[in-house]
Design a protein around this ligand. Sequence first.
Ligand code: LLP
Length: 417
Amino acid sequence: MDHFNYKNQQLFAEDVAVADIIAQHGTPAYIYSRATLERHWHAFNNAFGDHPHLICFAVKSNSNIALLNVMARLGSGFDIVSQGELERVIAAGGEPSKVVFSGVAKSHAEIARALEVGIHCFNVESLSELKRINHVAGEMDKVAPISLRVNPDVDAHTHPYISTGLKENKFGVSVSQAREVYRFAKTLPNVKIVGMDCHIGSQLTELQPFLDATDRLIVLMEQLKQDGIELHHLDLGGGLGVPYTSETPPHPTEYTAALLAKLRDYPELEIILEPGRAITANAGILVTKVEYLKQNEDRNFAIVDTGMNDMIRPALYEAYMRIIEVDQSISREKAVYDVVGPICETSDFLGKQRELAIAEGDLIAMRSAGAYGATMSSTYNSRPQAAEIMVDGSQFHLIKQRATFADLWRLEKLLPA
Ligand code: LLP
């Protein structure tokens, strides 16, 4: 459930009319609902009850520092994949001791910074990375907390670009090699084994792949016990899907209950989850203006002022995301449109064959845009990125200014005369 609803046929974000926000801040704009973010985070956090757990919000899904700050105030942990994300978490007031650091390419500098601030755990993705972490920690006279990201070879039944737990994927250490790598880690002086993690993919709409992965990790955990390796936590990654349209993903409560049932014999084991999309996707919309309507023999096009530069998911994954009118009170004729952006690429569309009642100048909103929208945006075709606004009850706050044209080349330089 989210807090984007119609009141008197006007789209509202919590208690604020979307049109009022746009009158002040213009289009295109991402609008987030704080109450929705908090509701989704609590759905995960409350589901664990007394069982030791840590919800590590996946920063990549939305890394605006205001949003991270909302998470930090709830006491959330964070899943990061770069020093940039770590610095954002710190700037937002997040606690480094609740950060888990995933990602296949951690550099020397990134590892050093994470050790300096004292993160919860490195989610190690290869033998080479393990050796590097041990080396960097040695240089700093520290002991690095580590978990091995195990690739359980489970099919997540999701889009191939966002599936990560198969042997052919670059992520983690295969389940068959992991025991050896753990044994090796045990011999290293500057790492401390604290956990095991996996992340099998994103936008999962069924429980079974998560449970299959958990089973494989439990088998490995038991083998490690025989090697004298006891884990403090098990991190099952993110990946729980959201309803973009007719999908019916399990609720976090259902997911968590199924996990806890499997882990009944491990009451002391801390469970970490790294949800991103399930917290942010339906807590955000992308509002855009219809610049032109155009027709040919084949199609009606609604040409809007945002596209793949601000929201690349339809272009990249052929993702279906709902598109709705902001004001449904004005009477307009309904028609079926391809909603397309200003970018000079055929893949620049927000949605195809959508029935909409719109005229030029109207506002429309793309739903479920809070995850992997702003974070994946670019300035392609030299279009300044969208403004971002957070609604909080009857208030709204600008949390990212619309970039200026000069911002587009701020870091660039002319050649000498
Ligand atoms: N943990 C790790 C290690 C991850 O790689 C990811 C996402 C997450 C957690 C969070 O997954 P979530 O709960 O959001 O599904 N850009 C794509 C999604 C890529 C996800 C990458 N990893 C999209 O727009 O669908």
